[in-house]
Ligand binder design. Structure first.
Ligand code: GDP
Length: 296
């Protein structure tokens, strides 16, 4: 069973209760445990390094308050830094643009992209009373197009009629035209996914982006991917200019390290989290909660 960081630190720093300030040696010992805890939570190695460096700087020489133990003090510094790095509380999908506002959904196949598209559409419809049109651009997988149409029905929004033989860009343009004609507020474009980041996938999504100028490019990523999360996030962001991240499968065993990794590497906000297969299983992102989860 996982031992939380607080317990570990109070163990190794227990001899220091009477000293005033944390020394270099105390902090070095503590950082070993912090590093271990973050790696166990699946935070990417490169992100762990930067993080422990920053915490070390803040911790060395910090005066331990009378009311707390040195272990609690370090945990507080770690926790505060984690929360700060994870970003702002309760981010939202930005619709502040002329209607119809295009939103491009990108991510690897199986990340939960199509489900998340429907979840967000439902949220925008029910909470913000927006009229949303969904369109699948996954021309190679008719089943994926069908899946989006089924989900659209389920959440009570319209989906663009499927026309065989059109390219992703053609479908995207047709969706924008249909949205203008039909008085839609938002158009969500569900791009094709692949099992790995590949050039064809990126080129197609980039072409769709150029043709539709989306207001948001939301990267859907699986929280369980752990160490791979950074590479995925970096690749999508560099090529497509991601504006926000939706982390799925946060209902699973993940300790949430992917949230920190993706945020640190891209600097882009985590806007929402998926917490189940059902269409209402979508929540706001709360840095403090995820920090707790990472620290165990
Ligand atoms: P896509 O290939 O990226 O479009 O992925 P799908 O939307 O088809 O989702 C793949 C699977 O993951 C489906 O079985 C979804 O129900 C499931 N899924 C999506 N989001 C979540 C989530 O937040 N939690 C859980 N447990 N399952 C999810």
């Amino acid at each position: 069973m996982f031992e939380g960081l607080s317990d570990r630190l109070s163990g190794i720093l227990s001899g220091l209760t009477r000293r005033g300030a944390l020394t270099e040696a105390d902090v070095t010992a503590a950082m070993r445990e912090v590093r271990r805890a973050l790696l166990e939570a699946d935070v990417a190695l490169e992100v762990v390094r930067g993080f422990t460096d920053r915490v070390r700087e803040k911790a060395v020489g910090a005066v331990v308050l009378k009311s707390v133990t040195p272990g609690q003090m370090v945990v507080k510094i770690v926790n505060d830094e984690l929360v700060a790095m994870l970003g702002t509380d309760a981010e939202t999908v930005d619709l502040n643009a002329p209607a119809p506002v295009p939103i491009l959904m990108v991510g690897l196949q199986g990340s939960g992209k199509t489900t998340t598209t429907a979840k967000i559409a439902r949220r925008l419809t029910e909470r913000e009373r927006r009229k949303v049109l969904l369109a699948s651009l996954d021309t190679r997988r008719p089943a994926a197009m069908e899946q989006l149409a089924v989900l659209a029905k389920q959440v009570g929004v319209e989906s663009l009629p499927i026309v065989a033989g059109q390219s992703a860009v053609q479908i995207a343009k047709r969706a924008m035209d249909a949205a203008r004609l039909g008085g839609f507020d938002v158009v969500m474009l569900d791009t094709a996914g692949r099992t790995t980041v590949d050039e064809a996938l990126m080129a197609e999504a980039a072409e769709v982006k150029a043709a539709t100028r989306p207001h948001e490019v939301l990267l859907v990523a699986d929280a369980l991917t752990g160490q791979d999360a950074v590479n995925t996030a970096r690749a999508f962001d560099e090529r497509l200019g991601v504006t926000g991240i939706v982390l799925t499968r946060m209902d699973g065993d993940s300790r949430g390290g992917a949230a920190l990794s993706m945020r640190a590497v891209t600097g882009k906000p985590i806007k929402l989290v998926g917490v189940g297969e059902k269409v209402d299983a979508l929540e706001e992102f709360h840095p403090a909660r995820v920090a707790n989860r990472i620290l165990g």
